[in-house]
Design a protein. Structure first.
Length: 192
């Protein structure tokens, strides 16, 4: 295999601040440019191995998807059931792409919850207050009651647990990344 030095870049991933001081990597007579951030297969990787940038990117993509179907959520011709189905099949997969590897902080859980509540408020619309007769936005507890499915954070946790079970079934002799493809290329079906 021959590596093209002009097209190759490198990234040192570490939570250690000292690792960021290395600017370029040299190999024989080639120098590889060091990257702070790298996008691979739709996922943003950072040199500090932080997931915050990836979640911001996913939320931006989800917002763009939400705005593209926003008029459907406002339509009175569609039922709430259908609007929820649109949310769960079009918007949620965009936001949750690669979520099996996320380790969420409280701040990131809040951002994801705010996004989901924004979409659900559009789906369920405002409510007329029984006492004053004025229209008002739904409270978070009301959204939770109306939306019978698990919230976005619970979906992420269940996907992470499913991924852990999948990796645990793989056994010691197989690695998590690349082994399936390597075995397929060798002509086996992943069994050893």
């Amino acid at each position: 295999m021959e590596v093209s030095a002009d097209k190759t870049k490198c990234m040192i991933m570490s939570r250690d601040q000292k690792a960021g001081r290395i600017h370029n990597v040299r190999n024989d007579n080639s120098t590889f440019e060091r990257m702070e951030e790298f996008r691979c297969l739709g996922t943003t990787l950072t040199h500090q191995n932080s997931i915050a940038e990836e979640i911001k990117s996913r939320l931006r993509s989800g917002s763009a998807c939400y705005h593209s179907v926003q008029n459907l959520f406002s339509s009175r011709l569609l039922s709430r059931y259908l609007k929820i189905k649109i949310y769960r099949t079009i918007i949620l997969p965009v936001v949750l792409y690669g979520c099996e590897t996320w380790s969420l902080t409280l701040r990131e859980k809040m951002k994801l919850g705010v996004f989901e509540n924004m979409v659900l408020r559009r789906i369920f619309g405002p409510r007329r207050d029984e006492v004053t007769g004025e229209w008002r936005r739904l409270h978070n507890e009301e959204l939770t009651d109306f939306y019978s499915s698990p919230n976005i954070v619970r979906v992420i946790k269940s996907r992470r647990m499913r991924w852990v079970r999948h990796v645990a079934r793989m056994g010691e002799e197989r690695g998590c990344v690349g082994s399936w493809w390597g075995n397929r290329r060798e002509g086996t079906n992943g069994e050893t």
